[in-house]
Design a binder for this molecule. Sequence first.
Ligand code: DC
Length: 238
Amino acid sequence: MSKATGVFRPNGFVIAIDGPSGAGKSTITKLLAERLGYLHIDTGAMFRAIALAVKRAGISLDDEEGLARISRGVSIAFERTNGCCRVLANGEDVSAAIRTPEISQLTSLVSSKKVVRDQLLTLQRELGRDGGVILEGRDIGTVVFPNAEVKFFLSASAEERGKRRFLELQAKGERITLAETIAAVIKRDDQDAQREHAPLCKADDAIAIDSTGLSIKEVLAGMEQIVRDRLKVAGDRR
Ligand code: DC
């Protein structure tokens, strides 16, 4: 039984890491999960897999029925081999296809639809139910697991987040400028924060971390310490 929430989770805590794009959530979540021996669940990748399927099927964003059908029909799985996590959609490895700027932008729109969110909400809650997981996303601490034992809200300035994303895209050979990348990051944040359903926002009880000017190592060390302190208090030394 977790003393933090009164919820029994056999495998340990549920840790929520929310925040805007490019704040370092994926890198930090992966490393923190490795340190704690927890499962890393990238909920953004789940929305991206649905967006890719929507694009391929040529479904309009106004077609609620079509969006519901696609959301129900895509089976999403994470495959972990040699420390690398691949995203499978109906068995196909879509890890690279879901990370293009076009799919990033489409995902932000697709994820604003309630039919899509409802479908993934059930799946995300199932994946995290037994604890021992870190989920990263936009609404984990507010909607998916409002009773998560630890919640972080990770952010950084738009310029720094844009720069990080630009370097990632450049390394993949994408033809995009720094200014375009920063503009795309800001646009996506606005869409994610202004939407009606489960918008990007900090939970009242989330710990805010601004990673601007900090190294991954520094951010990670601070977050790990907070989690270990809470595990100690909860008497759970997993
Ligand atoms: O974390 P990411 O950049 O891979 O997320 C892609 C999009 O998915 C993001 O623009 C908003 C959406 N998303 C969401 O609405 N809720 C989540 N829990 C995770 C992502």
